[in-house]
Design a protein around this ligand. Sequence first.
Ligand SMILES: Cc1cc2nc3c(=O)[nH]c(=O)nc-3n(C[C@H](O)[C@H](O)[C@H](O)COP(=O)(O)OP(=O)(O)OC[C@H]3O[C@@H](n4cnc5c(N)ncnc54)[C@H](O)[C@@H]3O)c2cc1C
Length: 405
Amino acid sequence: MLWQLAGKKNELAGGSVRTQVAIIGSGPAGLLLGQLLHGAGIDAVILERQSRDYVLSRIRAGVLEDGTVRLLDAVGAGARLHAEGLPHDGFELLFGGRRHRIDLQRLTGRRVTIYGQTEMTRDLMDLRASEGAATVFEAKDVALHDFDGSKPSVTFTKDGVAQRLDCEFIAGCDGYHGISRASVPGSAMQIFERGYPFGWLGILADVPPVSHELIYAGEERGFALCSMRSQSRSRYYVQCAADEDIANWPDERFWDELRLRLDPATAEALVTGPSIEKSIAPLRSFVAEPMRFGRLFLAGDAAHIVPPTGAKGLNLAASDVHYLSQALIDYFGERSSAGIDAYSAKALARVWKAERFSWWLTSLMHHFPQDSAFGRRIQRAELDYLAGSDHAMAALAENYVGLPY
Ligand SMILES: Cc1cc2nc3c(=O)[nH]c(=O)nc-3n(C[C@H](O)[C@H](O)[C@H](O)COP(=O)(O)OP(=O)(O)OC[C@H]3O[C@@H](n4cnc5c(N)ncnc54)[C@H](O)[C@@H]3O)c2cc1C
């Protein structure tokens, strides 16, 4: 390989280099794809706009499907996850003043694992560095070229020096605001989108979780989620207005509002403390079709966004790169294009099911400002039906633990 690294710092030596797959973005999609390809002997370089520390400071997802855990195990990044992650056999829905348990284990024979996206990212980054695979952090002005032909390339600058990466394929794993999807002519792509008139105000605090399982609350004052990252670190959310100003939410106001959205016993048990992170996330459903344009593939948030209610964003990134890695392994191993030709349709079939589930759970649990009294009654009737029907609970549980791939 012509790629040169300056010691272990993963810094470019300059000039033009060649790799088989250029991966844009070192989020979960890019890092996991990098390891799946590395394990199969396929050379890939990851270009990341931000610094390593910046990527590791982003607080995001925390619920891993067992398919995601299997992929992390397959690449050798599962050890800390199994030691420190929290396996969950169920979660609770809170409505009408009562908590109703969804027993994932009984209904599906499967479970989810609570393990922060930040920790998973750190594990994958450490593994990649220990194996000497190339990542270029703080790669600026990344631009994609000629992916509709047979010789694509990516240009960027590193420390003010212009660089070029020649490759056979480009994997656009650079999230919703990345350059990959933006490089595709609008006429080649169809966008499907739905906005929601609210966001999630989230707080991270070093306090023990109020319950050992997640609680999704859909009471009159709006949605709330009691989640956690560990036995001593909690993540809580309350539904807020889409244009809410975070400055209006000192910690005390957040904790007061959260208590009002919980049943009395849970509110009483809530342990509060100073926030170590606080942010507002907008809610959006978004799909770009197709997910392949010549020699450019999109994966993860670069191609689709779900509202976080179903905990699917990170898990979809994982299933996308599973399909994509299989396709690329077939291509480089057997020179068969069948896998890469099928990638977009295969990935989108699973993406749309997760889009449907995330939209449905969001619609079920949130207070929609424009909803009539009729709409609220329908919501409540559906929740009552769910809590009373094993069939309905099984459908929820099956989607929550993740559809097979
Ligand atoms: C605030 C927040 C909370 C969330 N909570 C949850 C949750 O509870 N559950 C859940 O399942 N999902 C959640 N998500 C979604 C989940 O985090 C994403 O689905 C997941 O990160 C997708 O991974 P990805 O690798 O596709 O994209 P990303 O994680 O966005 O990674 C993309 C990477 O590409 C880099 N990049 C962008 N542009 C460029 C460029 N031009 N050049 C080079 N690099 C570039 C970015 O810096 C980033 O590191 C949340 C997302 C947000 C924003």
